[in-house]
Write a protein that binds this ligand. Structure first.
Ligand SMILES: [Zn+2]
Length: 58
């Protein structure tokens, strides 16, 4: 499963694995810290996970 995390500065969205819940990483768009929500988002459970902090392609 994965979690949707959104940058609060530039609103770029990332899918991160749920073992990253409660963690944070730097946004690739604006370099701000993005907080990963501590919870499960079942609707994203089928998301394929490549590399950590990968932006969702538009
Ligand atoms: Zn950002």
């Amino acid at each position: 499963m994965s979690i949707l995390a959104e940058c609060q500065e530039c609103f770029k969205q990332y899918r991160v694995p749920d073992d990253k819940a409660g963690r944070k990483f730097r946004c690739r768009g604006c370099n701000a810290f993005v907080h990963v929500p501590d919870g499960h988002e079942d609707e994203y459970q089928d998301a394929s996970w490549g590399e950590p902090e990968a932006p969702i392609s538009s």
